[in-house]
Write a protein that binds this ligand. Structure first.
Ligand code: FDA
Length: 399
């Protein structure tokens, strides 16, 4: 005879940012909550985020024009009910020191582990049960809600099931796409998923030319279509990375080119011509250019444009080509590094099928989707965690 099912009000699958926030809020309301995660530790992405310091929100994270998805406005309700200021207040209450780094991005002074600890402490305080190393084996609709069998051999029933299992990025850390399967099974629509906030890759020939540049970083303006980001780029062994590239990767599509300005706002040709007019143009072109961009970049670009030699020996046409190489470099990436390194997954459970105040599926009462599994994706810089906190909070009031 199979053991009696354990009964909960709410089962949350995924102990990430969204799932833990939801558990705390539901627990505060007196709901009996179980959080299940197949990973060995909760909040693993929080732990590694922001270079170990967790960029936990952004002062501008209430802005839906910094979100991508079929309908970013869907997020306005949750972001308006649980704001960056609300999360900051929680961090302050926990005594976690933080600072603004740049562009409204807030980081812990010490360690991202403090955020994980804050959330797990709050879960414990409200009596939410956390079962790690546990996967969902079967999931069925039952008269009172849902029935699940778990890999620890237990059978569990609940009135509300919250899918907080995240997207597909970084499979090595336990990302599975399980939430998409659940959505599909219950008849919800999925928008196409693809890796986002991800380095872009180049074809072999271009990579060979760029080999000496691996590790060079430069402040740049990168555009793809109407999207434009002004931040650092980093040359890698596979192509380009750095914040401006990660941002543009969310907008870029296969077959399209991106345009890169590596000395934005600097009149490169004018500067080179002025140098040429000094001391009889004795200065080497790459030396003159390295006053504008990093030396290794200057050397590679002058070699590529056939501008080796002294300024006096190089015609203005060639110098104009160099200017274009610096500030109007148009390049077609062949792809991205994919889910292996992507920070987030674009697309997911269609917001058309969810209630924007509660995150509950319109056609399946009791079934909720929160965080990255939903078709809402933020810019780099704390927008994704704020979406996880806000959507988790919203579901936590209703599940
Ligand atoms: P999340 O992925 O955090 O959690 C899902 C949980 O579900 C995981 O614990 C997983 O193990 C579990 N799970 C999955 N499938 C399951 C299954 N079948 N059964 C049981 N459990 C299952 N964002 C930001 O705003 N600021 C930042 O600094 C960063 N930095 C950053 C760095 C790196 C390297 C990455 C990869 C990502 C970021 N992000 C970020 C993005 C951010 O981490 C992401 O948006 C949130 O973690 C999403 O929160 P969720 O709770 O939705 O999913």
């Amino acid at each position: 005879m199979s053991p009696r099912p354990q009964t909960y009000d709410v089962v949350i699958v995924g102990a990430g940012a969204a799932g833990m926030m939801c558990a705390i809020e539901a627990g505060r309301r007196g709901r009996r909550v179980l959080v299940v995660d197949h990973a060995r530790a909760p909040g693993e992405k929080i732990r590694i985020s922001g270079g170990g310091r967790c960029n936990f929100t952004n002062l501008d994270a209430g802005r839906t024009d910094r979100l991508l998805g079929a309908n970013p406005r869907f997020a306005a309700s949750a972001l308006g009910c649980y704001t960056p200021a609300d999360f900051i207040a929680r961090v302050d209450k926990a005594g976690i020191a933080w600072h603004e780094k740049t562009l409204g991005q807030l980081f812990c002074d010490d360690s991202a582990k403090q955020i994980v600890r804050m959330l797990t402490d709050d879960m414990r305080d409200v009596g939410a049960e956390l079962r790690l190393g546990t996967a969902v084996e079967t999931l069925e609709r039952s008269p009172g809600g849902f029935a699940l069998t778990l890999s620890d051999g237990s059978t569990v029933s609940c009135a509300s099931l919250v899918v907080a299992s995240g997207g597909k990025s970084i499979p090595k850390m336990g990302a599975t796409g399980w939430g998409y399967d659940v959505a599909r099974r219950f008849g919800l629509t999925l928008t196409e998923t693809r890796p986002a906030l991800v380095p872009l890759t180049f074809e072999a020939g271009l990579l060979e030319q760029m080999t000496p540049l691996a590790g060079v970083a430069v402040d740049a303006v990168v555009t793809a279509g109407k999207a434009r980001f002004e931040e650092a780029i980093l040359f890698t062994h596979r192509g380009l990375s750095g914040p401006a590239i990660l941002q543009i990767s969310s907008y870029w599509r296969e077959g399209e080119a991106i345009t890169v300005a590596m000395a934005p706002g600097v009149p490169v040709l004018e500067r080179l011509k002025a140098r040429k007019a000094e001391n009889g143009g004795k200065q080497a072109v790459h030396t003159a250019l390295s006053a504008i961009v990093p030396r290794r970049l200057a050397e590679t670009l002058t070699a590529r444009e056939g501008a080796n030699g002294k300024l006096a020996e190089v015609g203005d046409k060639v110098l104009a080509r160099l200017e274009a190489a610096v500030n109007a470099w148009t390049v077609k990436p062949v792809g991205s590094e994919g889910y292996r390194t992507a920070e987030v997954t674009l697309g997911g459970v269609s917001t058309d099928d969810l209630d924007q105040r509660t995150m509950e599926a319109k056609s399946v009462p009791g079934l909720f989707f929160i965080g990255e599994v939903v078709d809402i994706t933020g810019w780099l810089g704390g927008y994704n965690f704020q979406w996880a906190w806000s959507s988790g909070w919203a579901a936590g009031q209703a599940c």
